[in-house]
Design a binder for this molecule. Structure first.
Ligand SMILES: [Ca+2]
Length: 217
């Protein structure tokens, strides 16, 4: 009886490991021969807010009153993270803030959305990552009902397979599309050339206050 219980526990652990791998958190085929340990971070997830993030928009907003033209703006950032034995990106927890709404894409898939509300909106969600190279797109909308400012901001908490974590945020190193309001699949490919896109402007996230840019841990 004792042996059976132990066997059952061991079998369950093996099944969980197989499940984690097949869920796509870790793609061995794309690992280039490196073996990444797939284990959860040791300590609880930290409190989560937008500290350190820069609110961005296209540079056609008015810096005197921060009013921006109505419409959609598309922001892009490819992030390449270290890939060595025991450390590849597994997943990300993301907090995102929008005036007035946004869709958040990771590697071409919508992973989160901040739907239009009466006030600027903050939301958080998780996303599965590729081991090293990931493309992030934010489709932000300054809605005709609300007008005024346009802004998106995000913090991306990358969790690595060895239990380490690292933050990335929106900033002036992101790119903003100058000539279309329509997201295409091509924009999310790692090889997409965004050199003709422009740098965004700093849309002053601090104007909104800390209370609206924080989610529960
Ligand atoms: Ca607005």
């Amino acid at each position: 009886m004792k042996f059976s219980v132990v066997t059952a526990i061991v079998s369950l652990c093996v099944l969980q490991l197989v499940g984690a791998t097949s869920a796509g958190y870790y793609d061995e085929d794309n690992d280039g021969g490196n073996k990444c340990m797939n284990r959860a971070p040791k300590d609880p997830r930290p409190a989560f807010d937008l500290n350190g993030a820069i609110g961005i928009w296209s540079t056609d907003f008015n810096p005197k009153n921060f009013h921006a033209p109505i419409g959609t703006r598309i922001f892009r950032k490819k992030i390449t993270t270290p890939k060595r034995r025991g450390m590849c990106a597994v997943k990300a927890r993301i907090i995102a803030f929008a005036d007035d709404s946004l869709k958040f894409y990771v590697n071409g898939k919508v992973v989160g959305e901040a739907a239009l509300q009466k006030k600027p909106v903050v939301t958080s969600f998780d996303a599965v990552l590729n081991p090293s190279e990931n493309v992030f797109l934010i489709e932000g909308l300054n809605h005709p009902k609300h007008r005024g400012a346009g802004l998106v901001a995000a913090k991306i908490l990358v969790e690595y397979s060895n239990g380490e974590r690292e933050f990335f945020t929106t900033g002036l190193d992101w790119r903003v599309c100058p000539d279309t309001e329509t997201v295409t699949a091509e924009m999310s490919t790692p090889t997409f050339d965004d050199s003709k896109w422009g740098p965004p402007g700093d849309a002053k996230l601090s104007r909104y206050g800390a209370g609206v840019t924080r989610v529960q841990a």
